[in-house]
Ligand binder design. Structure first.
Ligand code: THU
Length: 134
């Protein structure tokens, strides 16, 4: 799967966004070392603060299917003209899965005009992770 395909998968996931309160549809696609892809989108709630972000939903889906590492790349798309980067909580959630497999995934923050690429370690330096509990 190309990076364009991964971004397209994130955009496709955003079509299922349940975001009636913010109107802000986000998509995420996780690519694993074995080539598999797991997507997520944001799921809001009438109790506003309980919203689940797209990246967190994707990590939850992947881990519920057995993923415990191998996270290679992540694509994130928002609804606007500008790229969005994962929120702080999502960075931490992504870090858990990444550290389990000892990877530092590339995060593709994709907008209509550009794709900004960052490593998770750039977005979340000096991260606290499972190894710190050892
Ligand atoms: N959102 C995400 O899905 N991922 C992020 O990284 C940032 C924010 C969602 C949460 C909420 O449903 C909407 O975007 C507006 O904040």
């Amino acid at each position: 799967m190309t990076d364009e395909d991964l971004v397209a998968a994130a955009r496709a996931a955003a079509r299922h966004s349940y975001s009636p309160y913010s109107g802000f549809a986000v998509g995420a696609a996780l690519q694993f070392a074995d080539g598999s892809v797991v997507t997520g989108t944001n799921v809001e709630n009438a109790s506003y603060g309980l919203a689940l972000c797209a990246e967190t939903v994707a990590v939850g889906k992947a881990m519920a299917e057995g993923a415990r590492g191998g996270l290679a790349k992540v694509a994130v798309t928002g609804p606007g003209e500008d790229v969005i980067t994962p929120c702080g909580r999502c960075r931490q959630v992504l870090n858990e899965l990444a550290q389990l497999g000892g990877t530092d995934p590339e995060i593709l923050c994709a907008g209509p005009r550009e794709v900004r690429r960052m490593k998770l370690s750039e977005l979340l330096p000096h991260a606290f992770g499972p190894a710190d509990l050892g």
